[in-house]
Design a protein around this ligand. Sequence first.
Ligand code: AMP
Ligand code: MG
Length: 439
Amino acid sequence: MGLDAAALADQGSAALFCGTALPEGALPIAEAYAGHQFGHFTMLGDGRAMLLGEHLMPDGRRVDIQLKGSGPTPYARRGDGRAALGPMLREYLISEAMHALGIPTTRSLAVATTGEPVYREEVLPGAVLTRVADSHLRVGTFQYAAGIDDPQALKALADYTIERHYPASMQEENPYLALLHAVIQRQAGLIAQWMQVGFIHGVMNTDNMAISGETIDYGPCAFMDSYAAMTVFSSIDRQGRYAFGNQPPIAQWNLTRFAETLLPLLHPDTEAAIRLAEDALYGFVHQYEQAWLTGMRAKLGLLVPMDDDVELVRQLLTLMQQDARDYTNTFRELTTTRDLANASAEMQAWLSRWRARLESQSSAPAALEEAMRLANPTVIPRNHQVEAALSAAVSTGDLGPFERLLKVLQKPFEETAENADYRAPAPPSAQPYQTFCGT
Ligand code: AMP
Ligand code: MG
């Protein structure tokens, strides 16, 4: 980031990362936004986050630096504005794992303990996460601007967004329509990547969907172990609204809320604006399916696309669900052995069909295996490992397990002796797993 690491080692940096001292020239703000939370519209904002400012990286990229858990803001409602150490370490681990998997995400720069207790169901050590993001503009930011009924504010926000994230849209005849198309395209790609690694965000409210196309707000998220399309981990998601398999349609639903906010900018005639927005939104399904299929083909080594690939992929997923196979390890086993242990008769038939398909491509076996290795991670942040790392850090202050897990997650496509334990699925005693919002 071009930060002076030596300067970060002194006493002052602890104050900086806890939010008790400000970097020179910083004018921190809490952002206002609105959001559909589990489908219900609310005006809210950063209740416990403070944007310190923007930072220019040596490569010219501009990022937001934000503290999460630094104290109450005008949007804190009844919250205390604080965060507990466990959930902040959790965001750190999972966001860094996502980055290493090649998935757009906000990053975690630091977690600092504050030395203060945080009162939840129990008393927990307080901590502040320093988050680095392309920006913190959300679908909910646009909903806020549309909600206060100030056309100038909405236009200013859209212009700012285009300039910051989608400058190419400025050259288009209708820049706001181009913005809508670009955001849809980016989200289609992002959700496809989530689906390819078995990531479940858990709380895809519109205020948790970033306009930049980064994964944001790691609360109750978790990775799926054995494949089941309707997997839900979050304790508050009782209806399964944000279940694994619902993520693509929910993304489209959120994007529809985004498109609604842009209507006044798309066309002076509302009917015409709605038609433009609908056309763009219909595009989501196709773009998502394309991105998903491209990724799934790579996972199965289908280097030469064929018409019935979708069916081949879907059939595998159905059989994986039937046999409760571990999602990550199944693809890895296919990569290294082109076979699966304990395959049912149906799975045997699928394997034969897949192998025949691979042979028809006439690609060199070594090249094929290499391509599949790059598309199939060996290690994901497995829930039981994440829990073990957090519990050691929180209950005994032992960061060893956290550091080891983080190190392994930073090289997710490697298969080494060092990461062997981290590749294993959870013991049956560690399931079923449940996550909590961590607020
Ligand atoms: P999320 O979990 O991201 O959907 O959070 C919903 C809203 O609750 C956000 O606006 C947060 O800033 C706010 N929030 C969460 N925890 C706290 C807290 N401890 N104090 C104040 N606001 C909070
Ligand atoms: Mg949020």
